[in-house]
Design a protein around this ligand. Structure first.
Ligand code: C5P
Length: 214
């Protein structure tokens, strides 16, 4: 039987981390949590509410809220990054994420602070990134597929703004954990990215299994 494994994947918007995370979860038969959905759901429900009210929304969130198709819109990404700067919102979402990560069979989580805050002891940590222009083009195609009419320049501006907000905030900023393996997918397609990520996880698992007693 395969040993339990906790995989933490972080990176900026549209880096490919979500696709990589869900494919790794399938490959290793692990449950997967896209933590961006939590912030998107809080953002959509709280709007421009102040920190206390947004934190109250975060405490009331339940799993059904994460199935709303509106979470995948451009507006939801923007508002998510606004509520994500509030320490009260982040604190309200911490327990749910930590419990998901602590499942006995292991798990895959992706977000901005998984390897640094949510699961610092993860067995494998990846920091997935790509050049902003590449990420903008990917997100633009995805939004066009969902029927959102927006120019490539606007999407690139969104990405740069969100990168600056996510990296610049005081509470759990987007940063590569010292022990996370950097995966730059700028020159890779989806299958190459997933394959590279799978190799990183296999290597981490090899190290981890040989270093464990018994
Ligand atoms: O990953 P996604 O683009 O869906 O995340 C939306 C926003 O939620 C991010 O721009 C970020 O501000 C916030 N987020 C976060 N911490 C996480 C996941 C997402 O701050 N673990």
């Amino acid at each position: 039987m395969q040993a339990a494994m906790l995989i933490a994947i972080d990176g900026p918007a549209a880096s490919g981390k979500g696709t990589i995370a869900s494919r790794l979860a399938d490959a290793f038969h692990l449950p997967y949590l896209d933590t961006g959905l939590l912030y998107r759901a809080v953002g959509l429900r709280a709007g421009a509410a102040p920190e206390d009210a947004a934190a109250a929304v975060a405490r009331r969130l339940d799993a059904a809220d994460l199935a709303d198709p509106a979470l995948h819109t451009r507006a939801a990404g923007e508002i998510a990054s606004r509520v994500a700067v509030y320490p009260g919102v982040r604190a309200a979402l911490l327990d749910f994420q930590r419990r998901f990560a602590a499942q006995p069979g292991g798990a895959v989580l992706d977000g901005r602070d998984i390897g640094t805050v949510i699961a610092p002891d993860a067995d494998a940590k990846l920091f997935v990134t790509a050049r902003p222009e590449v990420r903008a083009e990917r997100r633009w195609k995805q939004l066009a597929g969902q029927g959102e009419a927006v120019s490539l320049d606007e999407v690139l501006a969104d990405i740069r703004r969100r990168d600056a907000r996510d990296s610049g905030r005081a509470s759990a900023p987007l940063v590569r954990a010292a022990d996370a393996v950097l995966l730059d997918t700028s020159q890779m397609d989806i299958s190459q990215s997933v394959e590279a990520a799978r190799r990183i996880v296999e290597a981490a698992r090899g190290r981890w299994e040989t270093s464990r007693p018994g």
